[in-house]
Design a protein around this ligand. Structure first.
Ligand code: GLP
Length: 241
């Protein structure tokens, strides 16, 4: 894995934004997989800003969400769809037909997961996947212990994240909540992966995922086996290396 370290958080945000921009410029018909969270918001907004200042054709670009919060009301601002829509898709002018997301609610998640991954495949597969990482090494909603051959599915959510989202969405305790996510096997099929991590709270998992023998206990360690994966960090996230 290639490791790239930027000195400051804003240099990190900009470098990550340029990964997205460069992909759209060099491969106008690409499928870019994006994750959500505190790490990725600024980079998405910056990629949108670069495009608004230096416009180019993105009509054949597809954005696909890595995962989605399952069980929350449609339009919930904390859903991955709403975050990616407001952070980047709308600004770039990506239409609904080129904005692929997993559902927040469904009567058949297995069917919808199949449709989602088939559509990505029909478009040529993920050209670039920008991946965040959880402090316990999770990728998307693939928590520690997720099998490396897992595919897109409804999975569980970290209890802390679940209680925060329940509070924000007003979802009662008796209504199930989960995370629907590309599986580890789907993630590994991406042609190119950039794992992004910033901030001191990610320093220890960054060290672990790079140094531990590949194990399902640390889902992100699987990236050691990917043929084209870059790890993009700010100095704080790289501080234990
Ligand atoms: C969440 C999301 C992931 C994301 C990760 C890191 O659980 N499901 O897709 O990459 O956590 O989030 P953050 O950047 O906020 O630490």
């Amino acid at each position: 894995m290639k490791i790239r370290i930027e000195n400051t958080e804003s240099e990190f945000d900009l470098a990550a934004a340029w990964c997205i921009t460069a992909q759209m410029l060099t491969q106008p018909e690409c499928v870019i997989g994006l994750s959500t969270g505190r790490t990725t918001g600024n980079m998405h907004r910056l990629a949108a800003r670069i495009h608004s200042e230096f416009p180019f054709d993105v009509s054949r670009v597809t954005i696909a969400g890595l995962d989605e919060v399952a069980g929350v009301p449609c339009g919930f601002p904390g859903s991955c769809r709403e975050m990616l829509r407001t952070e980047i898709a709308e600004e770039l002018g990506i239409g609904e037909s080129n904005f692929l997301m997993l559902p927040v609610s469904s009567d058949d998640y297995a069917r919808d997961c199949g449709t989602f991954t088939e559509e990505i495949k029909r478009r040529g597969g993920l050209s670039l996947l920008m991946l965040g990482v959880g402090e316990n090494g999770h990728l998307g909603f693939n928590q520690p212990g997720s099998p490396f051959d897992s595919v897109c599915r409804l999975s569980s959510m970290h209890p802390e994240l679940e209680s925060r989202l329940r509070e924000e969405s007003g979802l009662p305790d008796d209504r199930p909540m989960g995370g629907v996510t590309l599986g580890i096997a789907d993630i590994m099929k991406a042609e190119r992966i950039v794992l992004v991590a910033k901030g001191g709270n990610k320093a220890s998992i960054v060290k672990r995922l790079l140094e531990v023998p590949v194990t399902e206990d640390v889902p992100a360690s699987v990236l050691q086996l990917h043929p084209d994966c870059e790890v993009l960090l700010d100095a704080a996230a790289a501080s234990l290396l």
